[in-house]
Design a binder for this molecule. Sequence first.
Ligand code: UD1
Ligand code: MG
Length: 467
Amino acid sequence: MTEQNLETVILAAGLGTRMKSDTIKILHRAAGRPIIDHVLDLAGSLSSRKPIVVVGHQRDAVMANCGERARYVVQDRQLGTGHAVMQAGPALGEPIPDCSVLILSGDVPLTRRETLAKLIEEHRNNGNAGTLLSMVTDEPAMYGRIVRDESGELMRIVEAKDASPEELEIREVNGGIYVFEAPALFQFLSTLSTDNSQGEYYLTDVIAGLKNSGRKVGAVITNDPVETLGVNSRAELAMVESELVRRHVEALMREGVTFRNPSAVSVDTSVRIGADTIVGPFVTLEGSTTIGQHCIIEPGVHLKNVEVGDHVTIRTSTVAEDATIGDHASVGPFAHLRPGTVLGKSVKVGNFVETKKAKFGEGAKASHLSYIGDAEVGADANIGAGTITCNYDGVNKHKTTIGAGAFIGSDSQLVAPVTIGDGAYVGAGSTVTKDVPPDALALSRAPQKTIAGWASKRREEMKKDGK
Ligand code: UD1
Ligand code: MG
């Protein structure tokens, strides 16, 4: 269900002082994305109209983050939630159109889409002028309390700071999420006063206003406290992060991914993983990372914006960023694939190998202890242990090209720009400064000198000297 006649307003003007941060709280990241992005997704899943975001503190940063995904209204001074919603009026149009308005908080990202759909449905089915999401909890803390009469009818909301001791005992609290009929909402917003302990315009007072004027109001109750959890502190940010990751990992498991220790991984909600892939503990998967089917991701692997094919093994403690790994490749343990690395099908990059802007053709191998940067490696080339592409002359970066089927002996330095032709050999320990033609052997190490009996002679001399 996405609706035409549903407008969404997201309150996002408050700074969030309890975060003790230079950054407004809604731009702190959880599961890889700013908190408000999760709320924008939620709004987008329910209404086809762009949400109206009420901005105030750090509005430039908020608007830069949300970009074209939202419309904006400015609340210069934070005079309360009622005042914030009032600012959205002009964006809706004049006169206020006959539509429903869903009000969300930019710092409450865990509400389920189904819960909001139910909220809207009940609101419509009952012909309410206002419907809110409430929660029953043993820890009502600083939430507004839902006051009902003897027959259980919703009467009003009292903020914790304004509540009597008896009202503070109430266990049903206001989740801060509402649907209103737009004309009724704006009619009552204009009558709000600041006659309360905080001297603010309370959006919550609209409920009592509607009720007292004979309009229908109601509440949908959730028993899951995370649905109304707002991020006000770092501890709540961590709770939101772990809930988002938990939900995403559970969804991936339903799609056939094995997590050996689901509570000990960090997986952004943007990450996609194919069926029959096995993910070990302490794995971090970030950004636009996608992993194919039948892969093994061993413990401690960290991937950011990496595209992984099918049947790939990534071994322990490998780190990769902005890289592509082809089908049937094997990487690590302890490999470091830096941006611009593209590994073809069945490539092997082994332990303590670092790559950067390096393209490996199908079946190429660098199995141990190498640095391959600004390089193109042909299919089935074999790069021996300790090979280094010397790509940087102190000013510029230069390219190394290694042909298909070439064999680079261990401990070689390839001083770029340089080309090793197809099928050529570089002898172990060589420093290559000139291009090597196809099928040639290049050898640049000093010839070996062998002096027979030298060692025993030396030992005798040392004995003589009393050493
Ligand atoms: C509000 C409710 C309370 C409810 C709680 C749920 C009111 C008066 N109270 O309280 O009943 O239990 O949410 O979390 O509404 N904001 C603005 N401009 C303002 C004030 C707030 O944009 O002038 C934004 C904040 O940035 C935040 C949201 O509105 O995103 C909620 O404001 P907050 O101050 O957190 O309200 P609470 O005191 O938590
Ligand atoms: Mg709050």
